[in-house]
Design a protein around this ligand. Structure first.
Ligand code: MBD
Ligand code: FE
Length: 272
């Protein structure tokens, strides 16, 4: 299970993000000043409290330059900061718990019926996994025609679109629920994800003596008309790193317990 990730592969999350996220938020000067001042005060405080030296400051500057040049800003921010943004968003969210989007989402994937198999290579490796369930509203009434965007790593921890040699769209799809809000998706068990150890994010993790792993997970965005979409992830009970996710994105409500390679999960969406 030692997947070899190249920084270049992780880096393409950067170009993808840039093209997808051009839509800018309307932010007042007051808001910019408030938030940016607070960020800078935090940095100043750390420098004072820890007696940060000139060589350390220059090394940090060099590392930040490497992070940008390596295209790893999306990876770094989604691993180390997104979980707190999600925590704040979750303060007003009812229904199924959310989790972070991460750097490997791609829009416009293959549309699939309620009972389906995700696009995969003819010789796709890995243990089969049948993931089924129902999408419901807060009153637990089924949501017919809901959409589940699903994407996950392969049995070596690689994502299509971000690793060489994996066909576009592999292990990604947009599934529509049936008249009872049900779905049944056949795929393969993903492997844990290792942050590429040879890029700037991995070098930082190594330098700090942390571990670079996320537990195996399925990514989902679940949408239904008139309802607030939910971005989440599902994990596997007893899996490696479930209790020590480097991205701190595991919630107890999001852990599946598969039986005979079948995992069941019902999603609950709140009104928009
Ligand atoms: C992942 O697969 C992921 O989901 C996140 C959030 C960060 C890095 C890799
Ligand atoms: Fe992921």
């Amino acid at each position: 299970m030692t997947a070899v990730h190249t920084p270049a592969a992780a880096g393409s999350a950067s170009a993808d993000f840039r093209s997808a996220a051009r839509s800018s938020v309307d932010v007042s000067a007051e808001r910019v000043s408030t938030v940016v001042t607070a960020v800078l005060q935090g940095v100043h405080e750390v420098i004072r409290a820890h007696d940060v030296t000139y060589p350390e400051f220059q090394a940090a500057k060099q590392w930040l330059m490497d992070l940008g040049e390596g295209g790893e800003w999306p990876l770094f921010l989604d691993v180390f900061a997104e979980h707190v943004v999600e925590e704040v968003a979750a303060r007003t969210q009812d229904g199924t718990k959310g989790s972070i989007l991460g750097p490997y989402y791609l829009p416009d994937q293959k549309e699939l019926p309620s009972v389906c198999t995700l696009p995969m290579r003819p010789d796709e490796q890995g243990t089969p996994l049948v993931f089924s369930g129902q999408v419901k509203d807060l009153a637990r009434l089924p949501l017919a025609g809901a959409q589940l965007e699903i994407w996950h790593a392969d049995s070596e921890g690689y994502y299509s679109g971000f690793a060489p040699d994996i066909p576009a769209g592999n292990l990604r799809g947009v599934v529509t629920t049936d008249s009872e809000g049900r779905f049944e998706i056949t795929t393969v068990q993903p492997a844990p994800y290792q942050i590429p150890t040879d890029g700037p994010t991995g070098r930082l993790i190594g330098a700090a003596g942390w571990h670079p792993w996320r537990p195996a997970h399925l990514h989902l965005i679940v949408r239904a008309e008139g309802h607030r979409p939910i971005t989440t992830q599902l994990y596997f009970a007893g899996g490696e790193h479930v209790d020590s996710d480097v991205a701190e994105a595991v919630k107890p409500e999001l852990v599946l317990t598969p039986v005979d390679q079948c995992a069941v999960y019902d999603f609950v969406l709140e009104p928009a």
